[in-house]
Design a protein around this ligand. Structure first.
Ligand SMILES: *Cc1c(COP(=O)(O)O)cnc(C)c1O
Length: 388
């Protein structure tokens, strides 16, 4: 089946749910058993729910849908995208191990590596996101994982995932991908060699800015067992209400993403023609340095764009531009229906690769509003920026 059909059908087993279209919210801590032996059997097989922490049919319906869309064997829901990242890293890394992390990684992932993993005795090396097959030279005897995120948070370097997975697998190292930007629709992680794919379901899957949720999908059962053990030990269980909302959002994701893509492409193209803009960081643009890899590996582009302005503006000038916008609102978590804008500074977080561009940076998220209204809002913002 094609993705548009899967998005609608995957994980729905109406016969289990009184023929309802949507799996209802099953709330449970305690699960009852007909015999003591049945209870102990469920407990021994850690995957059968003997307790609500493992989830209910509401959770399983969403897990099954996400696993199918990503193209993996099984998926697990955890309380946030960040929890999906930290649970995965804790599942595989022990004191004395080494992990390679892309330098363009989502900020809180970097923070977790620097603060918690290092404290636990894990060695962390950040690498240039564009390293490709060169990752091989950084793999040590004790390297367990390569963590990738493509395109990179804020700066949009598209990683050569097939080259990285090939080099890592040659040395028995697993590759994790934060696949949140592309969603399971626009990048198929397991077709490109990834072992574990993470979604911040808070973003496009939920799609309505009111749910926090993450998913971890694995290539095979063996990897799943390791992730599941960490999930089970950490107690990172999720609310069935949140799973219900995420499943509800998922059903329209293909339609929403097509509109986000069209809007973002229109906004990105318009931005390229502006004198206030030095560079638009959006991989679907032919001028983007990673465009060829994006075209080779991805099925589409989503709503997030970064812009490098023509020069370094004062913080006050950037505030003048952004504070008075009417369509693009100030907020962090993209993936919802509403447009967003923020400024950022990539120089402050890089350690393995240098950010040499000098213009101020702005991140724009194209929501589902009318694109003419978006362009007018940006144009008025640029007028305020120039005047400030
Ligand atoms: C938002 C985001 C996350 C974290 O998701 P939360 O649910 O907010 O914790 C992880 N990775 C990327 C790339 C993100 O944009």
């Amino acid at each position: 089946m094609k993705d548009d059909t899967l998005v609608v059908q995957a994980g729905r087993e109406s016969q289990k749910n009184q023929d309802m279209v949507n799996a209802p919210v099953y709330r449970a801590s305690t699960v009852l058993f007909s015999s003591l032996k049945a209870y102990h059997a469920a407990e021994a097989n850690k995957r059968d729910p003997s307790y609500g922490t493992a989830g209910t049919e509401t959770t399983f319906a969403l897990q099954n849908a996400i696993a199918q869309l990503e193209g993996g064997t099984q998926a697990l829901m955890v309380p946030s995208g960040l929890a999906a990242i930290t649970t995965t890293l804790l599942a595989f890394l022990s004191a004395g191990d080494h992990v390679l992390v892309t330098d363009a990684v989502y900020g809180p992932t970097r923070r977790f590596c620097n603060k918690m993993l290092k404290r636990l005795g894990v060695e962390v090396t950040f690498y240039d996101p564009l390293i490709g097959a060169g990752i091989s030279a950084l793999i040590q005897e004790n390297t367990r994982l390569v963590f990738t995120e493509s395109p990179g948070s804020l700066t949009f370097e598209v990683q050569d995932i097939p080259a990285i997975t090939k080099a890592a697998h040659a040395k028995n190292v697993l590759v994790v991908l934060d696949n949140s930007w592309a969603s399971p629709l626009f990048f198929k992680p397991f077709e490109h060699g990834v072992d574990i794919s993470i979604q911040a379901c808070t973003k496009y899957i939920s799609g309505h800015s009111d749910v926090l949720l993450g998913s971890i999908t694995t290539k095979d059962e063996k990897i799943f067992d390791t992730v599941y053990a960490a999930f089970h030990n950490l107690g990172v269980c999720v609310s069935p209400d949140d799973c219900y909302l995420a499943a509800r959002g998922l059903r329209t994701m293909a339609t929403r993403l097509r509109q986000h893509e069209a809007a973002a492409l229109k906004v990105a193209t318009w931005l390229q023609g502006r004198s206030e803009v030095a560079e638009v960081l959006y991989p679907a643009l032919k001028t983007h340095p990673s465009h060829e890899i994006w075209k080779r590996d991805f099925k589409g582009a989503t709503g997030l764009i970064s812009v490098v302005l023509d020069k370094s503006y004062s913080y006050e000038a950037i505030c003048q531009m952004i504070d008075h916008m009417k369509v693009f609102r100030i907020g962090a978590s993209w993936g919802g229906f509403e447009s967003l804008i923020l400024s950022f500074d990539p120089r402050s977080v890089r350690t393995a690769s240098q950010w040499t561009k000098t213009g101020s940076c702005v991140r724009i998220y194209a929501g589902l509003e009318d694109t003419d209204d978006m362009l007018r809002d940006l144009e008025e913002g640029f007028v305020r920026l120039k005047k400030a």
